[in-house]
Design a protein around this ligand. Sequence first.
Ligand code: GLA
Length: 672
Amino acid sequence: MPSGSGERPAWPIGLDGIAYGCDYNPEQWPAETVAEDVRLMGEAGVSFVTLAVFAWASLEVRPGVYDWGWLDAVMDALAAAGIAVDLATATAAPPPWFSHRYPDSLLVGPDGATRWYGSRQAFCPSSTDYRQAAGELTGAIAGRYGGHPALAMWHVGNEFGCHNPACYCDRSAESFRGWLRRRYQDDLGELNRAWGTSFWSQAYRSWEELIPPRQTVSFANPGHLLDWARFCSDELLGAYLAERSVLRRLTPGVPITTNFMSFFKPVDYQAWAREVDVVSNDHYLLGHLPRPEVHLSLSGDLTRGLAGGPWWLMEHSPSAVNWQRVNQAKAPGEMIRNSLTHVARGADAVGFFQWRASPFGAEKYHSAMVPHAGTDTMVWREVVDLGAKLRRLSEVAGSRVEADAALVFTWDSWWAAEGEAHPSSEVRVVENLGEWHRAFWEAAVTTDVVAPDADLSRYRLVVVPNLYLVSDAQADALAEFVRNGGHLLVTWFSGVVDADDHVRLGGYPGAFRDLLGVRTEEFFPLPHGVATALSDGSTGRRWSELGRSEGADVMVTFAAGPVAGSPALTRHRVGSGWAYYLATHLEGPDLDALVGRLVDESGTRRAAVVWPGVEAVRRVSGNVSYLFLINHTDEAQTVPASGIDLLSGATADGSITVGPGDVAVIRQPAAG
Ligand code: GLA
């Protein structure tokens, strides 16, 4: 619940069913375009737009001088058409007049060089001038439109930290010092202890000596870097909260969001999610990945873990983006599959960036719902088709996604695990987590991505990949899950350090040694591309280690090399549960086999019969469930299932054929 307010406003005002919309930037178009836009939005079934995200310069044309006319007209036209507005505070891109007037508000890099205006988000998150001006603009917008019939939700800033995640200026240094004083309760000795500053003559004797981790000649202090990462996320959050407090004061009943970016390293969304009324997320397909659709699902599962309920897909792209090396257009049907995958994984809104493709500016080659070529296009036909499909799925809104399994992830651990001067740079946290997620995806098992502090009692199976940094309380929560009957699997390079990034002495995996019944004495990381044989015929990669069981059953050992005979996979009975340890990285069929075994042993439910290439996810509401079957192959797939396909209207009796690249959403009775 947002601090300082009453009940959390539930959902954007006046939006039922699965909301459908986009970013809308009418300030970039002649005023006459609005009527045509609203007509076409009606044709597509658009029910919301996100407005004025980058409109600061068009609204506050000079300091304190506002031009509301164009936005009044757009808001009125949208209200008349029944289209709800997620109205931005317009603070994501300060105009040149602002940056010119307040040059100290500009961001400074770790090298000490200023990052100039002429793009967007050109501000230091700690700038008091920026916060002051952003607060005034927010107040002016809330004052003018707080009671407007089109207003459904506030959209604060945009993708906080996307381009300005950290600033190293003197103002940021001052703010960092304040943050450190609060964290260490004014006890400099405690900071020196936490950062381990007896190493390399780094002891601080006064608070004034503390600076951001600006570019150094060699490795920086890891405690300094970790606290800096925490500070930067909090500092951006401070900028968000400053605007939120203005909105709460002026419009207490209007829900507030800001759009997240899935696995965006600089911002700890698990902390941020507590401060938004509606969790909203942006996701763009990463064309260089072998299976971008699986990564998309992972993003959905993370966002659901953050929201704990329905969430809002604020942006994805109708077709190509403009910021990858090669910006691949989406194949026929791909955009619809992408959209419905987000819905399958808990989104109750589908939004695009953006409505109309720009003829100018840095995003002129970014796709849009209305392409450069107009409406006689594949993109537009699919946009209209998607709108119709979402209307047919209205009853799915509000249902919850069935997930008996979870993957554990925290930003703190991610920051620490990928630090410099570590045993191996093969510890790529999200990539390794993604491999686990892929294996569950193939097994038709949906996984929430959550922090160890989440309520784990709802899961049967929890996997903890590379949770390098873990607090005592987090380790206790995972142990409690096992004692109560859960199946837990912890992978290599987990539990190694405490919350200060100090190694837990006495053997790895430190925090989990007793729970897992193992003790590792030395890491033997494997060079990139080097594999190691395991005793059950599978292949370990990236990592091996020298250890022994201290109570656990050894199921698989390393079969060759310097750690031959050392445990690779163990299992330990604790309370009424099982705690597994995997001391290497598995991929492909080897990991699939392990996941299959864990799923069966733990009694984790699969959404459907496993069908290669068909993604299966289930949403449940009361005694009804909705089985999403997303066919990612080029051939029709006939999958065992019964019920009514909400999209085609067909009745399936025992099996359903999902066309090539097509989607079915089957209403069935929920299992008891
Ligand atoms: C982000 C931003 C949008 C736009 C898109 C382009 O999601 O929020 O303004 O720049 O990226 O992909």
